[in-house]
Design a protein around this ligand. Structure first.
Ligand SMILES: [Fe+2]
Length: 168
């Protein structure tokens, strides 16, 4: 998890102890960064993909990117609802992301699918871990948000993985 988060906390009537709220805000900021990074990576694939599976990957990446946008907003606003500060710019996200950078030389759709599956897999599993982390911090609302995201991301991961399965 990123250590360079701003720890400024605002007073709120949300009755979770400040120390827990700080940890939750860090967790949420990490997922703002990862989600923004994944969003741009998925759009990068959307724009550059070519080859026999062009259309399905071009469309699927756009669908998934569109689904990530409201999640970024909800994750960020959960941080502010807990009295936290959001590190919300692209450059802040680039500093904090836990995803590997996307290769800039891919062309064929299947190569893009391999790169996307690796990254969406990392993202999906860290969102799943965040459900438990939020539960441990006794914040069922944040756990519920991550659960909603996890369910959707696992489904999209399957849609991408299915392009590779069957040839195994
Ligand atoms: Fe487009």
């Amino acid at each position: 998890m990123a250590t360079s988060q701003t720890h400024r906390m605002f007073r709120t009537r949300v009755d979770l102890p400040t120390e827990q709220r700080e940890k939750l805000v860090d967790l949420l900021n990490q997922h703002v960064a990862d989600s923004m990074d994944l969003y741009t990576q998925v759009k990068h694939a959307h724009w550059n993909v070519k080859g026999r599976n062009f259309y399905s990957i071009h469309e699927l990446t756009d669908t998934f990117a569109g689904e990530l946008i409201p999640f970024i907003d909800e994750i960020a606003e959960r941080a502010t609802a807990l009295g936290g500060h959001v590190s919300g710019t692209l450059r802040m996200a680039a500093e904090s992301t836990s995803l590997p950078e996307y290769p800039n030389d891919l062309v064929d759709a299947i190569d893009h699918v391999h790169a996307l599956v690796e990254r969406i897999g990392i993202y999906a599993n860290s969102v799943r871990a965040a459900i438990d982390q939020a539960e441990e911090l006794r914040d069922k609302d944040t756990a519920d948000l991550f659960t909603e995201i996890s369910r959707l991301v696992d489904k999209r991961l399957w849609f991408f993985e299915a392009h590779l399965q069957g040839n195994d």
